[in-house]
Design a protein around this ligand. Structure first.
Ligand code: NAD
Length: 475
């Protein structure tokens, strides 16, 4: 290793490669408040230059075969694996999520797995007509340059969801990560760029203003956005003038419905992780739980028992599986929503009393019973470690209440009777419905929202088509 080239398999090497000590913008650890490093502040001029470079290199990248691009993606996955522990440490420090549990190491492993999966999906021309009238095929072309804007909750994995299919299809990518987790995404790209051709993947760090400049820029053929509903609406308005294609993966307020034949002890751990994965900061986490009267107390008790066993603390301490909220404003949202439930007379079964003297944005694991659907804790997306548990006495009413919000990202049904659960699932307005699990994603299974949770699919062959231009050919 030459002295000028940082070793990206080490944490110090990653920091050296991506930080800028003179920018005046620092990324801080949400568990301790400690400075991690300076973040480069990119301008609209940098964005213009990145678009020019992305357009210059795109034809040569598109001219490669699928096999060649897949080989490059597999090499990028190898590089991610070689740097996995260093990436997980940086992610844990910057996002706050623990190394263990379904958290930092899991996220970095997912980055390699999704990259490999995108390298492997077949994308052949489809024969649509082949009879006496003639032949028609549909084939999938690169779009050009894809602009991506991402959130702070799963910063590396969600970036990969935007990057890997785009590169596989012969597009180049300019990505702006969240201002809350910029170093994590810069580091991921630095690792991948050790093996990718120069210029096909560029990351520019900046805030929402740079995001707005990117999403209204005429140099992009497609924008993929993951974040809140309100920013998604702003992006759709901004993209209108250039008719830029969009994939919008927006917020959720997923309901879980327990059926009356479920075994509370058997489902409690699944319910817990469905809601508290990444300390609740997950788009498709369970954010409202509906339980029949006959099982209500048992489910509440089983959830409290499981929740008490899950240690929360600084992410780098190996025993922890829950961490802080990534930023203070999210902490304040969670605290406000729990207070709204408390003041309405809801019962706080666990948590709800943060230790204000503690360093970091730790909000305790909180379970709330006997709360109305109109309460802000139920009606709004909490995006943190607080789960409201509601009673129902009539299943049709529970389905109507589950569907009674503007968003529809995911939902789940819990029952040992799969046929019965399947029938309830067929009535839920969501892009994904899980049975006896929640939030479990798979690179082969398309993922996207219903209603205000957005449109467009990610993952699988459908995800490749979403970043491609279809061309029908008839003869
Ligand atoms: P956010 O909308 O506040 O920010 C997301 C990104 O948009 C950031 O990079 C930000 O800088 C940028 N941005 C802000 N204003 C912009 C503008 N006017 N134009 C362009 N870009 C702009 O979201 P967040 O708080 O980072 O993420 C949390 C939200 O994301 C939650 O609602 C969550 O449910 C949702 N989410 C959805 C999915 C999904 O797959 N559907 C996944 C993860 C998170």
């Amino acid at each position: 290793m030459n002295a000028q080239t940082p070793d990206l398999t080490t944490y110090q090497g990653l920091l050296e490669a991506v930080t800028d000590a003179h920018s005046g913008w620092e990324s801080k650890d949400p568990a301790t408040g400690e400075v991690i490093g300076g973040v480069p502040q990119r301008s609209v001029g940098d964005l213009d230059a990145a678009v020019v470079r992305a357009r210059e290199v795109q034809p040569a990248w598109a001219a490669k075969t699928h096999e060649e691009r897949s080989a490059a993606l597999n090499a990028a996955a190898d590089a991610i694996e070689a740097s996995a522990e260093a990436l997980a440490e940086l992610l844990s420090r910057e996002q706050g999520k623990p190394l263990n549990g379904p958290n930092a190491r899991f996220e970095v492993g997912g980055c390699a797995a999704w990259t490999r999966a995108n390298a492997a999906f077949p994308i052949e021309p489809e024969t649509l007509v082949d009879d006496d009238s003639g032949t028609a095929q549909l084939e999938w072309m690169p779009l050009g340059v894809v602009g991506a804007v991402g959130p702070w909750n799963w910063p590396m994995l969600i970036s990969i969801w935007q990057i890997a299919p785009s590169l596989r299809m012969g597009n180049t990518v300019v990505l702006k990560p969240s201002e809350h987790t910029p170093l994590s995404v810069l580091a991921l790209a630095a690792v991948m760029n050790q093996v990718l051709p120069e210029g096909v993947l560029q990351v520019l760090t900046g805030d929402g203003e740079l995001g707005a400049a990117l999403t209204s820029h005429e140099g992009f053929d497609k924008i993929t956005f993951t974040g809140s509903v309100s920013t998604g609406q702003a992006i759709m308005r901004a993209a209108a003038d250039n008719l830029t294609r969009l994939t919008l993966e927006l917020g959720g307020n997923d309901a879980g419905i327990v059926l009356d034949d479920a075994d509370p002890a058997a489902i409690a751990e699944g319910l817990f992780w469905g809601a508290f994965i990444n300390t609740g900061q997950t788009c498709a986490a369970m954010k409202r739980l509906y339980v029949p009267d006959s099982l209500y107390d048992q489910v509440c008790e089983a959830l409290v028992d499981i929740a008490r066993q899950m240690p929360m603390g600084v992410g780098l301490e190996e025993q922890n599986v829950l961490g802080p909220l990534q930023n203070r404003s999210q902490y304040e949202i969670v605290a406000r929503l729990v207070e709204a439930a408390r003041s309405s007379g809801a019962r706080i079964l666990l948590g709800g009393d943060p230790d204000e003297s503690q360093a970091g944005n730790f909000y305790p694991t909180t379970l709330v019973a006997d709360v109305d659907d109109e309460n802000p804790l139920v009606a709004e997306e909490q995006f943190g470690p607080a789960l409201p548990i509601m009673r129902y006495s009539d299943l049709d009413d529970a389905v109507a209440r589950a569907n009674g919000v503007e968003v529809g990202l995911g939902a789940s049904v819990w029952s040992p009777n799969i046929d019965r659960a399947r029938e309830v699932a067929s009535r839920l307005q969501a892009g994904t419905v899980w049975i006896n699990k929640h939030g479990a994603i798979d690179p082969r299974v398309p993922f996207g929202g219903a209603k205000s949770s957005g449109f467009g699919l990610e993952f699988g062959v459908e995800g490749l088509k979403a970043v491609a231009q279809p061309r029908a050919i008839s003869w």
